[in-house]
Design a protein around this ligand. Structure first.
Ligand SMILES: Nc1ncnc2c1ncn2[C@@H]1O[C@H](COP(=O)(O)OP(=O)(O)OP(=O)(O)O)[C@@H](O)[C@H]1O
Length: 347
């Protein structure tokens, strides 16, 4: 029987999970040997497009689902052998709202604390502390149904923190929030991870969120970790700048690629959405004018052109061979197709 690595608060070892897709269809391999380890007291990000396997990983680590094979440890405890102990050590903020909209914020918090075995007095004290931390004190005695989306999400995170867990799972904490509420939530998560000194497993499909919040992050693609490190390590592991040129006319793509191929300073050329050409260059500022001149010489018009330091998007592309946006689109298309098939089957 495998044992947890000392010092790690979260550990997944070779996790495999398949889901049945119905009669006659092959099983879907949601996790395909997923392995990672997070040090105690850090924010570890699992970044991947929709359908990559992040929620399945969180469900296994939080005892809500069993892997087909592999091992998982949380706070040093074997998830399969001691699920009850694991449940006491963790807080879980799921994607769906957990608070009762008909109860007030403070009622939701106190109830959550009592369900975790806290006395009413201790639960009230902790609830007041968390309401203050998440700037919800003035709304504490209002029914949650009157809260904005951002406030309800903050209350959900506070509910997950009531019993001061060693490990907090934050599954897509800002999905569905507007940019302002998202920025506020990021600031709260940063403050919280500093003051509570716990380990946070953050899953997200927002590159910017992972970049900003995670001490270390792992990129998940098709149920596997394709790369892992601090956001800075991952980005600096890519040599050179990203050069991105958007063509005005998608029909010009073939000619544009031929023109760009004649610029030796550009390498790793890929195409997105049929009209956006991405490439890498040691000196992006010097390579871009050469690329534009090559396109101009062929009479090809450009809608926009940028040079940027490597982003997590570039890291994702380098390790998976496809862009993050393309992976999101393809998942959304498959989900729509599946829904259409279901509708057809039902009618
Ligand atoms: N209960 C289930 N039954 C069948 N298939 C499932 C089930 N749960 C997840 N899947 C499939 O497993 C794959 C991984 O899903 P998972 O929810 O873990 O991905 P994710 O990265 O968390 O994506 P999201 O951000 O959309 O939640 C997807 O193809 C999904 O459709």
């Amino acid at each position: 029987m495998a044992a947890a690595t000392p010092g790690s608060a979260l550990e997944a070892v070779d996790l495999v999970k398949t889901y049945s897709q119905g009669r006659g269809k092959p099983a879907l391999r949601a996790l395909d040997g997923l392995t990672f380890r997070a040090e105690a007291g850090t924010v570890f990000g699992l970044l991947g497009p929709n359908g990559a396997g992040k929620s399945t990983t969180v469900k296994i680590l939080s005892t809500l689902s069993h892997p087909d094979s592999g091992d998982a440890f949380v706070a040093g405890i074997d998830v399969r052998r001691h699920p009850e102990q694991v449940r006491r050590a963790i807080g879980f903020v799921a994607q769906k709202q957990v608070s009762d909209p008909m109860d007030t914020g403070i009622e939701n918090l106190v109830l959550a604390g009592q369900l975790q075995g806290m006395s009413t007095k201790a639960a009230r004290t902790r609830a007041d502390e968390l309401l203050d931390r998440f700037t919800l004190t003035t709304a504490a005695r209002r029914q949650v149904k009157t809260y904005s989306g951002g406030m309800a999400r903050k209350l959900d995170v506070a509910i997950g923190l009531m019993h001061s867990p060693e490990v907090l799972f934050l599954d897509e904490p800002t999905t569905g929030l507007d940019p302002e509420a998202r920025a506020e939530m990021w600031a709260e998560i940063e403050r919280m991870s500093r003051s509570e000194r716990m380990t946070v497993l953050l899953t997200t499909h927002y590159l910017e969120e992972a970049d900003r919040l995670a001490d270390r992050l792992a990129i998940v693609d098709h149920g596997r970790i394709v790369t892992e490190g601090t956001p800075e390590q991952l980005k600096s592991g890519l040599r050179g700048d990203a050069v991105v040129i958007e063509l005005r006319d998608p029909d010009a793509l073939t000619n544009a690629l031929a023109a760009i191929a004649r610029v030796p300073e550009l390498r790793e050329v890929t195409v997105e959405a049929g009209r956006i050409v991405r490439a890498r260059a040691d000196e992006g500022g010097a390579a871009l004018p050469l690329a534009l001149a090559a396109l101009d010489a062929e009479g090809l018009r450009v809608a926009s052109a940028t040079v940027a330091r490597p982003s997590l998007d570039d890291v994702y592309l380098a390790h998976t061979g496809h862009s993050f946006a393309a992976a999101q689109d393809s998942f959304a298309r498959r989900a729509t197709d599946a829904a259409t098939n279901l509708e057809r089957a039902a009618s």
